[in-house]
Structures are given as structure tokens and as C-alpha cells.
Design a protein around this ligand. Structure first.
Ligand code: BGC
Length: 912
């Protein structure tokens, strides 16, 4: 017990010790812990230096904030001397508590500046145009060509990636070596044959015509004095490969290219700069093609052994092609990497016919498998991936749309070999393996889970195994789709950043993973994709789907900055993007002078994939517009823009009046009379007090009419459970949570789901759409393409239930800037005996557990240092329970009081 505040978890721009930052005022944050209750920061002091020694001795500081009286721990902008490209800056924070006692020392942290803008770059863009390998070209069409989106390729035109190399002679010891590298396409860099990183699918996906992100690596450990070789494999990826369901490739450009600059400081202080330029050599290699959707073909017999090592004779290799520096933002990437985060063996391997194995990984996920084999040269092993099985037990690949999801591996035949693809990924649970030269065992196949490696933030466990599985499945769908951008699905030929999907899931996602850097970057991309007229697009980056501004899609652009403020206290993000938000609001308002969102809704997805219900799209759109107005008013208030607060509150008032006039009927029903219209009208606060109760009752009635089932698509489901709880009907929310027949989250679990589905009735639709239920083949075209392939078993779009569990069942909510003030208000009713969990907020861990026993509810609550919480606990005898906290105020069936930081055990009266 020291009783002192300890700063920890030091972050710069949301990242731990980031390499490569181009910002002149990076923001610094920390958390505080203490082994004593009720501890608060009264002051802080940040010091920055270019070496740990300077920092420790407090000499040559380049910034000393001095002691600042403040409780602030988040996003403190650096305000020291101007930062120099390529330099590493070490920082430390000291804190004082409310009694002016100095806290414990924090660990040192650092950030390293990147290479900055184009002036510092000497490297040239290089590439090598390879040829389609006809001997391995897969048959079949490249995509589902659609009359709506134009023709794609008729046959697959997948080209081998380019292999690039050069040697470098280093004559002295190296003091430091920093690599700045990016690609239009995807790169894998080795030095002397060693991979320099475990990052995958780098540099990730951006709108390459506007922004290209580079990465920064410390590579000193890979270089030796003497001969060195650099090897790069450069694949098409999102840049030049197939993208979207319609079989089009080369959307950003035809040939992938590399930008590579290695800055080396030698022992004598001199600098060497190794750049990508015409001195590099290029060739094709063992990877004969590699595509996100279609898989990778690796022919080990074509591997030129030693191509990536020094001493290799590359006389027969070709010259590289040089490309001009494009007119784009070239900037350091501020994001955690995509990498393999988990590996596991299958739960079953069956030889389903001679030479054909089928493995069940036991979990639907995104990534690939690593396979180990020993066999003769030329042995060809084929791996096919699918999420589900047909009734005959074979892979069901129909829902993969045009994605071939097939990896092929030709053995070299020189002993045990290992295959792991590099530039593709699959969404799958089952793998079919043909041509394996031996008996396939659990030792020879490993599932590799791949995604953007964001820190995990939350966990819940309840007394219901089914609910626990719903939470687990939500996390798996998030992991499967949090790639470079949040995608809709990981398996079919789509995997686009649909803004509607992330709008619906964004809040929930923050409870499972730290999305600060991820959303900041995505928000910038969203604004970058905004149309001339002001529309936020339906997919980000804006490719393939070029119609913009669908209701509940584009609006994600308004919601995300507000969410970032609530969860992470990020005011700067609002400031930066506010003008873009105003333009979006204007875009809607300009076309809809009557305050109903009728025009500019194209294409209008409505309450997407509602269950046998038909919510009028104009009603839905108008409610979302009203929500936009409320979020705008709140953000205007954060910015101190009072004029806009009035403007947007006024807009909301006008929309509400128009809404009531146009859509509320005489018997107080809302046009459409679906569950969704009441949910949305309540969420958007469009009803006067007298209609509020009415709408809640009608919503409950409609749920009851469906025998206590929901009928909402992902737009209304987003708000459904919150609206029920906020309007005193947590009992109904629990009922939907615990439901296990169609449609419900529990139904998916009962059908064996290990992820969340795109459709409530995914399994039923699978049989119907794929003609397996003997019903006539359905209509196959929808406005966005082929419906027949549109049945993913791995979408996060319905995942909001898990967010509700955090916010209402555990009851953890931020009520001001980034959890500065917390509300802890567990909603407890029949159905669960206990729930426990935590959320690692940006200010530290908030934890709660509640447990029913006999006539009481036992609570354990933890609040991080420097924070206070308003705690509202359910109680059937508030008068009596108030005794343990004399300052508590009584509420209907609850008591409310304030708790400071610390861990508390509390009990209230309760009977189910
Ligand atoms: C996606 C959805 C998306 C939709 C647009 C689908 O293909 O998977 O989740 O929101 O298109 O309606």
C-alpha cells in the first residue's frame, strides 16, 4: 500500500509508443491507478526529451509543461519545441493528488516522428507488371455482373505479385536504421530473408487516389555489417485486385507499386539512405496469384531459393518500372496493425472421401490456416473455405458469392514444408483439403485468426450460457470484420466498409475493443469520401457502390464523432470534422424543405433486413435526420457554438412537428405501425410527452403480437433495447435478449452459431436461397446485386445487443466527456441471476458484478482513480437500503448516490 496515484497506460494519439507520427502536436494521455479509494489528480507535469537519460536528469528537455493544476489525463497536446522528422521523443508524466502528494513514477513512454511529407522522401515509386499465369488461372467468372453496377471481368485475371530485391553493402556498424515504407497494393518486406514485422495486409486500405499511409519500422536488428539483401513481395491487394461483388479489378490502378526508404545512421555518424529506385530488380516468384476474395496460389517449386538473401545472382531478373509521385496525402498511419492474434487446432478432421479431408475449426472467423506437409515435389494441395455445410456434409460455398476462397499449394518436395498465405484472407469455419500427401492430423493444421489488433476492453459473464454465447459471438464478428476498415462481412466477394453497419455497431464495438485510433482514422476516411454536394457515402472507402447518402448509412458520419467524444473525450475530432457534418446536414435540409426526409435518399435501404415487417422508408429516414440534429446540437455545445446549438435544436423541433403532422395518425399510431417506427420515433425524441407512453405501449404490444419477438432490421435494432430500457420496459428488453426462437439472437446460438448472422433467419434463408428446401427458386436480383449470395454468417450489424448488456445490464455508461463522469445503473429483472464484467474505459477499469441471493442483491463496484460515478441501484426497499449511504436519494424502486474511486461491496433489498 503506497496510497499514491500511479500513472500508467501512457498513450500518444491513442497508441502505445507509436512509430511514425506526422503530427506536430501529438496528444498525450494516461490512466491512473491507486490502491486507496477516492484518489484524484490535482496537477500533472509532462516532460519530453530526446533521450531517456535527458529525461531522467531533466536536462535538455524539449518540453516541460510545468506543474499544471488540472484533473485532466486525456489528449493533452504537446506544446514544446518543434518536432523533427525521424526523431524519437521520450516522455514522462508526473502527477499530484488532491493532497498535493506526488504520485509514483510513471514508466517512460515514447513516440517517434515519421518521415513527414513528401519533401523528406527521396524514394521513388517502383513496380513490376507481371503476367497472368495461364497454367493456374482458375475457371469461372470473376464476379456477379450486375446491370446496376456495370460489367466486371468475364474471367479471372489474377496476376502474380511482383518480387523485388536489392543488395546493400554496409561497411560499418549501424547505430540506427529506420524503414519508411508503403505500397499501392500490399507489401511484405524481408531483410536478409527475415520478415521485419508480423503486420499483415500492409499498408491497409485507403482511398489510394487521395491518401496513402506509410509505416515506420526500426530494422536495425535485421541488418549486419557486410552484405545485406532486401526482399519485397508486392501484391495487388485492395489497390489493384478484385474489389466488390461485381468482378472488377484495378479500381485504383492497374499495377501495384512500392515506396521504400531506409534511413541508416552509421557508427561514424554518417547517414545512408537506401531508396526504392531503378537499381532494384524484379521478377515473378512462387506466389502465382493472390487475391483477397479468391485466395492464394503458391507453387514452392518456383521459389528461387535465396532470392531474398545476399549473394543471390539476380542477373536474370528484370528492371523495375518507375512511377511518378502521385498527388496524394502521404501520411504516417496511426493505427494498430492487422496481425494474427490467435491460433488454434480444428475440433474435427474427417476424411470424407479418398483424398478429401474436411476440417471443422469449431469457430467461424476470418484469417487462414497454416498447413504443414511433407510430400513429393509437385504435389498439389487445395484448400477451400466455407462458413457452413450443405445437408450432404460438403462445403456450402453459395453464400461466398463470387469469392473462390481457395488456396493452392504446390510442394517443393524437400522435407517438411509449411504453407501460410500472405495476401488473402477467408471468412470460414470449415476447410476442405484435397491432395494432402499423408494423413492429416491435428498437428498439421492451425487456424490463424487475423484482424486489426485493437486492445480488448470489456468482458461480461451472466448466469445464462446463451447470453454469454451471444456476447462471444459478437466479439467474433467484430474480430472478423475489424480489418483495415470495418467491413460488412469477411467471406463473400464484398467486404466493404458499409457505413450503415458500423453506425449500428460502433458504440458496442468500443465496449469490446479500444476503437480510438481505429475510428479516428475511419472518420477521416469518411469525410474524405464526402461528395461534392455534401453526402456521406454508403461505403468507405467510396468504391464500387457509388450512390451516396442512404439514411442511416451516411448518418454514421454524424454519430461517430459524438460517440468518440462520449467514449474517449475526443473534442479535437469534433472540431476537425464539424464543417463536414454541417455540410451533410445541409445536404439533407436543402432537398427537404418540409422537414420530412423524402428526397436524396438514394439508394434507400430502409430498415435493412427487417424480419417480415415493412417500415416505411420515409418515416425511418426522418427519424434518423432528427437524431442527427440532436447529435449536432450536442457537438455544437461541446464546441461552444451556441448559435448552432439553437439552430440544430430548432431543426429538431421542426422535424418533430412535421413528423407528427405527417406520420402520427388519429389513434396515435405512427405510419407503418411497425415496431421500428415506435423505436425510432422514441429514440429520436420526436413525440410529445403524452404520446411517449402511448408509443412505448404500442411497441410492447407489437412485440407481444409476435409472441415476444422483434421484427426490426439493423437500423431499428440499433435502438430497440435502449429505447425499451429508457422507457421503463427493461423487462421486455430482457425478454428479447432471452428469446431463443426465430427471430432472436438466441435463435442463432441455438442453431449452433459461433458468430452473428447477417439475417435473423440466415439458416432458413440459406436453405431457401440455395434451393435446398424444395421451394421454388426465389427472385435472385436485388437492387444491390445477387440476393442468392447475400447470406453471411458473420456480420456485426445486429451486434448492438452486447452494447446494451454493457450499458444496461452491467449498467456502465459515460455521462460526460470520455467517462469523466460515469453512471452505473444496472437494469435488473427476471431472467438473469447474476452478471459481472468490466469495461476498460479510456480512464481505466470500471467493473461491476451483481448477484441475486435470497431477498437481496449483492453488488461489487469498481471505479477508477480520478473518477466519480453516479450509482443507481435497484432496490425494493429504498428507504431501508438508504441506510448504508445517508446521502443517497430515493427513487422509484432504486437508490441513487455518488461513489468516488475505489472498490465497494453493497447490498440492496430485492425479490424476483
Ligand atoms: C451488406 C450490408 C449492407 C448492405 C446495404 C450488404 O451487402 O452486407 O450489411 O448494409 O449491403 O444494404
Amino acid at each position: 500500500m503506497t496510497g499514491r496515484l500511479t500513472p500508467n497506460n501512457l498513450r500518444c494519439e491513442y497508441l502505445e509508443n507509436p512509430m511514425g507520427i506526422d503530427i506536430q502536436s501529438p496528444r498525450l494521455s494516461w490512466q491512473l491507478t491507486c490502491d486507496e479509494n477516492d484518489m484524484y489528480q490535482s496537477a500533472y507535469r509532462i516532460q519530453v526529451a530526446t533521450s531517456p537519460e535527458d529525461l531522467r536528469s531533466e536536462t535538455n528537455l524539449i518540453w516541460d509543461s510545468g506543474q499544471i493544476a488540472s484533473s485532466s489525463t486525456l489528449h493533452i497536446p504537446y506544446e514544446g519545441k518543434s518536432l523533427q522528422a525521424e526523431k524519437r521523443y521520450y516522455w514522462i508524466v508526473r502527477v499530484w493528488d488532491q493532497e498535493d502528494r506526488a504520485g509514483e513514477d510513471a514508466p517512460l513512454a515514447f513516440w517517434q516522428m515519421g518521415l513527414g511529407n513528401k519533401e523528406q522522401w527521396q524514394a521513388q515509386w517502383i513496380g513490376f507488371r507481371t503476367q497472368v499465369d495461364e497454367t493456374v488461372r482458375p475457371s469461372g467468372k470473376a464476379g456477379n455482373n450486375s446491370q446496376f453496377f456495370g460489367e466486371g471481368d468475364d474471367i479471372l485475371n489474377m496476376r502474380p505479385p511482383a518480387y523485388l530485391r536489392r543488395d546493400i553493402d554496409i561497411l560499418q556498424s549501424i547505430t540506427s536504421a529506420t524503414l519508411y515504407v508503403t505500397a499501392r497494393g500490399l507489401y511484405d518486406v524481408t531483410i536478409n530473408g527475415q520478415p521485419i514485422t508480423d503486420r499483415r495486409l500492409t499498408p491497409g486500405w485507403t482511398d489510394y487516389n487521395k491518401t496513402i499511409e506509410y509505416q515506420t519500422y526500426d530494422v536495425a536488428q535485421f541488418l549486419i555489417t557486410g552484405e545485406n539483401a532486401i526482399g519485397v513481395i508486392l501484391a495487388d491487394g485492395w489497390y489493384a485486385g478484385y474489389l466488390g461483388p461485381w468482378g472488377r479489378r484495378g479500381i485504383y490502378g492497374d499495377t501495384a507499386s512500392l515506396l521504400f526508404q531506409l534511413n541508416i545512421t552509421l557508427e561514424d555518424g554518417s547517414q545512408r539512405i537506401i531508396i526504392s529506385d531503378e537499381s532494384w530488380k524484379a521478377n515473378e516468384g512462387a506466389i502465382r496469384y493472390t487475391e483477397m476474395y479468391h485466395g492464394e496460389y503458391y507453387d514452392a517449386t518456383r521459389e528461387e531459393i535465396g532470392w531474398d538473401k545476399p549473394g543471390f545472382n539476380d542477373a536474370h531478373w528484370h528492371s523495375v518500372e518507375l512511377f511518378d509521385m502521385p498527388d496524394v496525402n502521404l501520411q504516417a498511419q496511426l493505427l494498430q496493425p492487422i496481425r494474427v492474434t490467435q491460433q488454434f487446432a480444428p475440433i474435427a478432421i474427417d476424411e470424407i472421401e479418398p483424398d478429401v479431408y474436411q476440417t471443422d475449426m469449431g469457430q467461424n472467423f476470418a484469417g487462414w490456416v497454416r498447413l504443414i506437409a511433407k510430400g513429393e515435389a509437385g504435389t498439389t494441395i487445395r484448400l477451400r473455405f466455407a462458413e457452413s455445410l450443405l445437408p450432404n456434409g460438403r462445403l456450402d460455398t453459395l453464400n461466398l458469392n463470387a469469392a473462390r476462397a481457395t488456396d493452392t499449394w504446390v510442394l517443393r518436395g524437400d522435407g517438411e514444408e509449411v504453407f501460410e498465405p500472405r495476401f488473402t484472407y477467408h471468412g470460414f469455419r470449415y476447410v476442405e483439403i484435397t491432395g494432402y500427401p499423408d494423413t492429416l492430423t491435428l498437428d498439421n493444421i492451425v487456424g490463424c485468426v487475423l484482424h486489426t489488433d485493437l486492445p480488448m476492453t470489456g468482458q461480461i459473464e451472466t448466469s445464462s450460457p446463451m447470453v454469454n454465447k451471444i456476447i462471444e459471438n459478437t466479439l467474433w464478428s467484430q474480430r472478423s470484420n475489424f480489418y483495415s476498415v470495418p467491413t460488412d462481412c469477411p467471406q463473400r466477394a464484398e467486404r466493404l466498409g458499409w457505413t450503415g453497419d458500423i453506425f449500428s455497431f460502433s458504440s458496442t464495438a468500443t465496449y469490446l475493443m479500444d476503437c480510438g485510433a481505429y475510428y479516428s482514422r475511419f472518420m477521416a476516411m469518411l469525410v474524405e469520401a464526402q461528395s461534392q454536394e455534401g453526402a456521406f457515402s454508403n461505403v468507405v472507402p467510396r468504391v464500387v457502390v457509388t450512390a451516396d447518402g442512404a439514411p442511416a448509412f451516411g448518418d454514421g458520419g454524424v454519430y461517430l464523432p459524438w460517440l468518440m467524444y462520449q467514449q474517449y473525450g475526443d473534442k479535437q475530432l469534433i472540431e476537425r470534422h464539424y464543417p463536414a457534418l454541417v455540410r451533410w446536414l445541409d445536404y439533407i435540409a436543402d432537398a427537404n424543405p418540409n422537414y420530412l426526409w423524402i428526397e436524396r435518399r438514394n439508394p434507400d435501404f430502409g430498415d435493412w433486413l427487417a424480419y417480415r415487417d415493412n417500415t416505411p422508408n420515409d418515416v425511418l429516414a426522418t427519424t434518423i435526420w432528427a437524431m442527427d440534429a440532436l447529435w449536432m446540437a450536442k457537438m455544437a455545445s461541446v464546441l461552444g457554438n451556441e448559435q448552432h446549438v439553437t439552430k440544430y435544436l430548432d431543426l429538431h423541433k421542426k422535424i418533430a412537428a412535421a413528423f407528427r403532422e405527417a406520420y402520427v395518425t388519429e389513434n396515435n399510431h405512427i405510419k407503418g405501425d411497425t415496431q421500428a417506427v415506435y423505436v425510432l420515433a422514441l429514440a429520436a425524441k420526436l413525440l410529445p410527452d403524452d404520446l411517449h407512453l402511448n408509443a412505448t405501449n404500442r411497441l410492447v404490444q407489437l412485440i407481444e403480437e409476435r409472441n415476444w419477438h422483434l421484427s426490426t432490421g439493423f437500423v431499428a435494432t440499433h435502438f430497440l433495447l435502449d429505447v425499451l430500457s429508457d422507457n421503463g420496459r427493461t423487462d421486455i428488453a430482457y425478454c428479447l435478449l432471452l428469446q431463443d426462437t426465430l427471430p432472436s439472437w438466441g435463435y442463432m446460438v441455438k442453431q449452433g452459431a459461433t458468430t452473428l448472422w447477417e439475417r435473423w433467419d440466415g439458416d432458413v434463408e440459406m436453405r431457401r436461397l440455395h434451393g435446398l428446401d424444395n421451394s421454388p427458386r426465389p427472385f435472385t436480383h436485388s437492387v444491390i446485386g445477387e440476393l442468392v449470395g447475400m447470406n453471411s454468417y458473420n456480420h456485426f450489424s445486429l451486434g448492438v445487443v452486447t452494447g446494451w448488456l454493457f450499458q444496461y445490464v452491467l449498467g456502465i455508461k459515460s455521462t460526460s466527456q470520455g467517462f469523466q463522469r460515469i453512471r452505473i445503473e444496472p437494469h435488473i429483472t427476471l431472467g438473469l441471476a447474476y452478471a459481472r464484467g468490466h469495461y476498460d474505459s479510456i480512464r481505466g477499469r470500471v467493473a461491476i458484478s451483481w448477484h441475486k441471493s435470497d431477498d437481496k442483491l449483492d453488488f461489487e463496484i469498481t471505479i477508477p482513480s480520478n473518477i466519480k460515478a453516479n450509482v443507481i441501484l435497484p432496490s425494493h426497499n429504498p428507504e431501508r437500503d438508504k441506510q448504508f449511504n445517508p446521502e443517497a436519494s430515493l427513487r422509484n424502486q432504486a437508490i441513487e448516490f455518488v461513489l468516488g474511486s475505489g472498490t465497494y461491496h453493497l447490498t440492496t433489498t430485492w425479490h424476483d
